[in-house]
Design a protein around this ligand. Structure first.
Ligand SMILES: [Mn+2]
Length: 452
């Protein structure tokens, strides 16, 4: 199908373009695109084009790596029980699977704990940590994709915790044994790593450390790159710099994966061709995220850790079914949310466009619900950020009867479209009648869908 988009090339220095094209024997348009994106020298352009594993930076550039790997090496040497504290989304789950598989390959006694989305909430909390400790009695805890700012949880236990995470530090940094988070470091390119990228760096550093005393290690880090690619793409971090290298090689690995859970998932999803980033984002990622969003992500972890083909196939089918269930719930919630919003739409006063009185609570609830089930688009499609009639912003927090967040539905505002057949509420919604405390039908949908 022809795309309706018109591509306009960003300006690029012609001298640099010609020099780059000559040096790397590139077609001029390719060189121009590279220069326009800042890959102005042959070194920079090669870094991007080749995306070699050998171009990955030293893992020690992440903060607090040395102290963390020494502690993990000690746990390996003394056969301490290690627990990986994960997260229920694709990034957190692939990170947990990566560390469990990698440390097991090194002979560690290691299990993963994934908090339950509804029972335990997000991240490293004191109650979730207590549950993890009660279940597994670990002697060392390593978090993945969470824990940077969880001081209460860390203070609630004497067991050493190594935090690996990539989230923005917002608040007091955990007083953990070590906090490894690129956002606490000074290297801007590493700040884009997903949680699984940080976990991979930890593995890399540990392997380097162990090879100093035992150079003949049988563990090959490349075997785990399929998990790294999945977590990185599914977490929607920019696919540039080191993420591009990890994903490029991870995709190659995924095409011939030794992970029988991933192989089963690709089979069930009908993925016959060599996977690319799109397949992770739209085929594999949703199937990995669905179970966690609907409740318990333990099944995904089981899938990523199993070496039994029969079990893998069964789990993959369950994930596939959960994804279909998630799609149904999503469709219903979107319909109800749109209906809810439309219920507040009324004609603007003398304006060509329609004005829409949307109680913030309705928008907020809808957005939260949509985010909660992993809907990747926002309601912006439906609601413009400003009211064309009075220029009020709908981000107003308090309810203002005169013009609360009046917004024109963007779908109705195109100059080329006639005002569409629009079913107005039988009695025009008087703004005075809009109460932010009025029960919204969407709430009941949420409660029935998630038992909350
Ligand atoms: Mn993440």
């Amino acid at each position: 199908m022809m795309s309706a988009r018109i591509w306009r090339l960003a300006a690029a220095d012609e001298r640099q373009t010609e020099a780059l094209a000559a040096e790397l024997k590139l077609p001029l348009p390719v060189a121009r695109l590279l220069v326009a994106r800042g890959y102005t020298t042959p070194d920079l352009a090669e870094y991007f084009l080749r995306a070699r594993l050998s171009d990955l930076s030293e893992p020690e550039r992440l903060p607090n790596i040395p102290i963390a790997i020494e502690r993990i090496a000690q746990a390996l040497a003394t056969h301490e029980k290690i627990i990986i504290f994960g997260d229920y989304d694709a990034d957190g789950l692939t990170s947990a699977a990566l560390l469990v598989r990698f440390l097991r390959a090194l002979g560690a006694e290691v299990e993963a704990f994934i908090p339950h989305r509804l029972d335990d909430g997000y991240g490293l909390t004191a109650p979730a940590l207590a549950k993890c400790i009660e279940q597994h009695h670990p002697q060392l805890i390593v978090t993945v994709d969470c824990g940077t700012c969880s001081p209460e949880a860390i203070r609630s236990t004497n067991i050493p915790v190594i935090v690996t995470d990539h989230h923005d530090p917002a608040g007091e940094i955990s007083p953990a044994f070590a906090v490894i988070n690129p956002k606490l470091g000074s290297d801007p390119t590493l700040r884009q790593l997903a949680g699984v990228g940080v976990a991979f760096k930890l593995c890399h550093a540990l392997l380097k450390y162990l090879r100093r005393s035992a150079p003949q290690s049988v563990v090959d880090l490349k075997d785990f790159l399929d998990l790294v690619a999945i977590g990185t793409v599914a977490d929607v971090v920019p696919l540039t710099a080191e993420n591009r290298i990890l994903v490029r090689h991870g995709l190659l690995r995924l095409a011939e994966t030794k992970n029988c859970g991933l192989a089963a998932l690709m089979e069930v999803a009908g993925l016959a061709e060599n996977p690319d980033a799109w397949h992770i984002g739209f085929v594999l990622g949703p199937r990995l995220n669905a179970v966690g969003r609907l409740g318990n992500a333990a099944k995904v972890l089981e899938l990523l850790l199993t070496d039994d083909q029969g079990q893998a196939l069964e789990l993959a089918q369950q994930l596939d079914a959960a994804n279909r269930e998630r799609q149904e719930i999503e469709k219903r919630i979107v319909t109800e949310a749109m209906h809810e919003i439309d219920g507040h739409v009324q004609r603007g006063r003398g304006h060509q466009r329609l004005a829409c009185h949307v109680p913030r609570a309705a928008v907020g609830t809808a957005s939260r619900v949509l985010t909660g089930v992993g809907v990747s688009y926002s309601l912006d499609q439906r609601i413009a950020p400003h009211c064309d009639a009075c220029l009020a912003s709908w981000t107003t927090d308090s309810y203002e009867p005169s013009c609360f967040g009046v917004a024109a539905p963007a779908v109705y505002t195109s100059a080329t479209l006639p005002v569409p057949a629009y079913t107005a509420p039988s009695a025009p919604v008087a703004s005075d009648n809009i109460s932010t405390s009025a029960p919204l039908s969407i709430d009941s949908t949420v409660s029935s869908a998630f038992n909350v």
